[in-house]
Design a protein around this ligand. Structure first.
Ligand SMILES: *[C@@H]1O[C@H](CO)[C@@H](O)[C@H](O)[C@H]1NC(C)=O
Ligand SMILES: *[C@@H]1O[C@H](CO)[C@@H](O)[C@H](O)[C@H]1NC(C)=O
Length: 456
């Protein structure tokens, strides 16, 4: 009994404190908004750069951008920024009837159930109560475990950049959702991570917010696991002298009305082995197997930073694995090894050649892109093969789990993080174009090659 008595006033204290802080911060935000509109500053439109890292335990990628906490997990298709909110320090909130609240709940994706929009209804008496906006942060890996949390703002900072160096620090606020501690703990995120930064097609994703706040285009670059760059800028990585933006390939991007993902117009998948003069083999996919159905949101080829390896729907997987297996078997000297789950096709490294720059001499995988692409997307061994056991090199592609395959808006292929490491990807939502470099090994540019030092 006595513990309950002691707890009750503390909780009220915290609530009062929160309310006070909210009011103060809202007032501060309003003042800031007014000065900005008064045109007191032309605004700093310089692009921003943040370091990325890969967590060895979970293989998830994190971005160091949030002040006073651990990094956030990069979720390429995610709609929101979320983190835990300490009650002790209070957090600002947004009213239910606000543009931010609409933005947080407005995307009509199937998983955004209406029950989470209770914030829209004011008091039952129709009175003018302050009602707090609630958003719905989800576990980025499964997207199944979600919670309700206040919409709030988080203090963040990054460096301005000219594409060559980090220039000067910039602080800003980003709107995001408070998540309960259990969501952070249960989401199999890296031990030190403080939450998630969604990079998807949604008004409150991190790139969307930065684009509006900084007045630069809706463009961002990811080079896993090294660097993220927001805004319209040339990009220099390492010793490779030219601006990569002007030299890398491009393809149109597609959107899925059912989620925030970025989709590629892949028409076919083929396997070839130019070093052994073998004819290209196309995976014998069922007709329209890779097509995105715009009404149901099913199918299509999308990119993910929270899935480790590329996952293919079983019809696509079977046809692809057959094409790869046939091609690698043709010269007759590559010795298969027992499967190492989750991988099926594995080979004895003693029977393979290692070529100096690009890794193992194995067949190349090609994603054949549709109209408008400047090149097909070639996946080199550094992105296609993984050393899964001693002397065992495996094709780093997995068959989609049945429950994932039958989920709403399930894609035909999810290209995983491993397949785009050490590739520069530049997403431009204004022009709906993705620029892609392919594997950078041997080019002199690397994802860890961004110069985070100030210019000399
Ligand atoms: C900005 O760059 C400097 C080095 O030039 C670094 O020390 C600092 O941590 C960076 N700030 C942010 C917010 O990334
Ligand atoms: C991609 O590959 C296919 C088949 O080889 C070819 O017909 C097509 O022209 C290629 N696309 C581009 C953009 O090079």
């Amino acid at each position: 009994m006595s513990t309950i008595k002691q707890l009750a006033p503390m909780r009220r204290l915290c609530f009062n404190h929160l309310l006070a802080v909210s009011v103060l911060l809202l007032a501060a935000a309003l003042v800031q908004e007014c000065t900005a509109q008064g045109g007191s500053s032309g605004g700093d439109h310089a692009p921003l750069v943040s370091p990325l890292a890969k967590d060895p335990a979970t293989s998830l990628y994190t971005i160091s951008i949030k002040d006073g906490s651990g990094p956030l997990v990069v979720d390429l298709a995610g709609p929101l920024v979320w983190s835990t909110c300490a009650c002790a320090s209070g957090h600002p909130t947004f009213p239910c009837r606000s543009a931010e609240c609409d933005a947080a709940n407005g995307f009509n994706w199937p998983q955004q159930g209406r029950q989470w929009q209770q914030g829209y209804d004011a008091g039952a008496d129709g009175g003018d109560h302050y009602c707090t906006c609630t958003a719905r942060p989800c576990d980025p890996v499964t997207r199944a475990r979600c919670a309700a949390g206040d919409l709030t703002t988080f203090a963040m900072s990054a460096n301005a950049t000219d594409g060559r160096n980090a220039l000067y620090p910039v602080s800003f606020q980003a709107v995001g959702a408070c998540a309960p501690d259990w969501l952070l703990r249960s989401s199999s995120l890296p031990a030190g991570a403080a939450g998630v930064a969604g990079f998807g097609r949604a008004p409150l994703s991190l790139p969307s917010q930065l684009a509006v706040r900084r007045g630069f285009g809706r463009r961002f670059a990811l080079c896993l696991p090294g660097v993220a760059i927001f805004g319209d800028t040339p990009i220099f990585l390492g010793s490779y002298p030219p601006d990569l933006i002007t030299t890398i390939a491009s393809t149109p991007l597609a959107a899925n009305p059912r989620n925030g993902g970025y989709y590629l117009p892949v028409e076919a998948i083929s396997v070839s082995w130019p070093n052994w003069n073998l004819a290209t083999t196309r995976a014998a996919l069922p007709p329209s197997a890779l097509e995105l159905d715009a009404t149901t949101g099913r199918g299509g080829v999308t990119l993910s930073t929270v899935q480790r390896y590329t996952a293919m729907r079983s019809d696509v997987y079977r046809a692809f694995v057959q094409a790869f297996s046939e091609t690698i078997g043709k010269p007759g000297f590559v010795k298969p090894m027992p499967a190492v789950p989750p991988f099926e096709l594995c080979y004895d490294t003693f029977s393979l050649r290692h070529v100096r720059v690009l890794g193992w001499d194995v067949p190349l995988i090609r994603l054949e892109l549709g109209a408008g692409a400047s090149m097909n997307w070639t996946v080199d061994s550094g992105n296609s093969m993984v050393q899964a056991a001693d002397r065992t090199l495996c094709l780093a592609v997995v068959e989609m789990a049945p429950e994932a395959e039958h989920a709403a808006a399930a894609p035909a292929v999810v290209i995983g993080g491993y397949q785009v490491e050490d590739n520069l990807l530049v997403f431009d939502e204004d022009t709906e174009v993705l620029q892609f470099s392919g594997l950078l090994w041997g080019s002199g540019a690397t994802c860890s090659g961004f110069n985070f030092n100030a210019p000399q």
